[in-house]
Write a protein that binds this ligand. Structure first.
Ligand code: FES
Length: 223
């Protein structure tokens, strides 16, 4: 999954309804929202510099057909910060909605991933970033699990004993860590939560129990 989008201006959506079609299904919302953010920022240059959530929702509302769509927008798109600040910081942890998310800038790309490791809740914001089998991964500092930044796949090495000489190869455990979309518009960075149905292992460490424990104790107790 490509996690870095540069949004192209979509033009005057209200004059050309095809640019912002009426949303018929929830699953179409994310694409429409990305387009909407692009338009929002064109208009923003001519109006106010406010970036609060209510402002985003108000502007999204201009291009949406129902209160339900606006409510969906407020749940999914979140302002993270100025692009140059995140590039400088390289890593930012934000509480977004009911999740704690790690936003990373690495070699020209932005990534967003649940901050606590799917294995046992390790603090991924302290992990090294390395390439394994040509894939960019964050390495959990607690037990060294490797997680691809773009997809949230758990990677591991395996050896087929029937093949001589023995040679370890990289394998995937599948998606283990929930990753989210990062949208860059003008100089602002937004995050769209991945609300795909079905549990992903890292969801376990986003429950209230773990959020409270980790936030209070600095993520050290359950190592
Ligand atoms: Fe991350 Fe164990 S908690 S590898």
């Amino acid at each position: 999954m490509i996690s870095y989008y540069v949004i192209q201006a979509a033009g005057e959506g209200r004059r050309h309804p095809s640019v912002f079609p009426v949303l018929q299904h929830r699953r179409e919302n994310q694409t429409a929202l990305k387009e909407s953010v692009g338009q929002i920022h064109l208009r923003k240059q001519r109006t106010t510099k406010s970036r609060d959530q209510s402002w985003i929702v108000r502007r999204l509302g201009e291009n949406m057909s129902s209160d339900e769509d606006v409510a969906a927008a407020s749940r999914h798109i979140h302002f993270i910060g100025k692009k140059e600040n995140i590039i400088q910081a390289r890593r930012v942890v934000k509480s977004v909605g009911e999740r704690d998310i790690l936003v990373i800038y690495h070699q020209g790309d932005f990534y967003a991933i649940d901050v606590r490791c799917y294995h046992s809740g390790g603090p991924l914001q302290e992990g090294d970033i390395e390439d394994f089998d040509g894939r960019t991964c964050i390495v959990c500092p607690w037990h060294k699990y490797k997680i691809t930044l773009a997809e949230g796949e758990g990677l591991y090495q395996a050896v087929d004993p029937s093949v001589k000489p023995l040679k370890p190869t990289w394998c995937s455990k599948g998606i283990k860590q929930r990753v989210h979309s990062v949208t860059v518009s003008n100089e602002d960075v937004f995050l769209t939560l991945n609300d795909s149905p079905g549990p992903i292992d890292s969801d376990h460490y986003q429950t209230e129990k773990y959020r409270n424990t980790f936030l209070k104790d600095g993520q050290k107790k359950t190592k």
